[in-house]
Design a protein around this ligand. Structure first.
Ligand SMILES: Nc1ncnc2c1ncn2[C@@H]1O[C@H](COP(=O)(O)OP(=O)(O)OP(=O)(O)O)[C@@H](O)[C@H]1O
Length: 247
């Protein structure tokens, strides 16, 4: 069974058709890079899965069920600037807040919740900083907190919105290794990124999108320069195509 199924998705925002005819299947263990130019609708696709945007048509299933019924199967790492870093909470509490959908707003966190937080902090290497206020963290540390916050839910689908923006190479490597490991453990990972070369190298599949899916499949099967030109409007002979090994 697929972990995430998107069928015939259409999204209108501000009276404009931002996404149309989007079909996508992601299986457990897939590490999918969602790539496309600025304004292609990548974030809108993630937000549709999360129910933050209401599609004008189509269906989205997680593990075969309408995603609206199983939101706690979906973990989400937003872009860093979307989180309220000036809120006076510790790293540990920020990660715990990722479990709110499972705990419920009115209940207290219990042993399984604290255990999940502890494991998530360990996976991103943030245990030593668990009591630090989130406002005192560097960009890379903040990104690791956001990843831990999503992992604390033990999701079967993990959505990542440009997780590498502004990160140094060691932090990018740490997170890339973690995402690859999660996918090997059976999680379905869908990541938007503008780092095409890294996506070609690390993702098991790529989905090229520009308001609709232009092409998708394992990176080795996407060596056709025309496909990249159609998605990104890259000019023929562009060095970018050579850098991607698709010239
Ligand atoms: N709330 C909104 N109201 C109207 N239009 C919107 C809204 N949010 C996004 N859009 C438009 O939808 C289109 C897709 O935006 P989206 O943020 O999904 O693209 P993206 O592929 O994630 O882009 P980027 O790579 O620049 O982050 C853009 O043209 C954007 O201007």
């Amino acid at each position: 069974m697929t972990a995430l199924t998107v069928r015939d998705l259409h999204v209108r925002l501000g009276g404009r058709l931002v996404l149309h005819d989007v079909d996508l299947d992601i299986s457990p263990g897939d590490f999918v890079g969602l790539v496309g130019p600025n304004g292609a609708g990548k974030t809108t696709l993630l937000r549709s899965v999360l129910g933050l945007v209401r599609p004008s048509g189509g269906t989205i299933l997680a593990g075969g069920e309408p995603v609206a019924k199983v939101r706690d199967k979906v973990g989400y790492v937003p872009q860093r600037h979307e989180f309220a870093w000036d809120f006076p909470i510790s790293v540990e509490d920020a990660v715990l807040s990722g479990r709110v959908r499972r705990i419920g707003w009115l209940r207290r966190a219990g042993v399984p919740d604290y255990r999940a937080v502890k494991q998530a902090l360990e996976r991103v290497g943030m245990t030593p900083l668990r009591r630090r206020p989130v406002g005192q963290l560097s960009g890379g540390q903040r990104q690791r907190v956001l990843v831990a916050r999503a992992l604390a839910l033990n999701p079967s689908v993990l959505l990542l919105d440009e997780p590498f923006t502004g990160l140094d190479v060691p932090t990018q490597e740490l997170l890339t290794d973690l995402f690859a490991e999660l996918s090997r453990e059976g999680q379905a990972v869908l990541m938007t990124t503008h780092d095409l070369a890294a996506a070609m190298h690390t993702c098991t599949r790529l989905c090229l999108i520009n308001r609709t899916v232009i092409a998708e499949g394992p990176p080795d099967r996407l060596r056709d320069a025309e496909v990249w030109r159609a998605a990104f409007g890259i000019r023929p002979g562009s060095p970018l195509l050579a850098a991607l090994g698709v010239a």
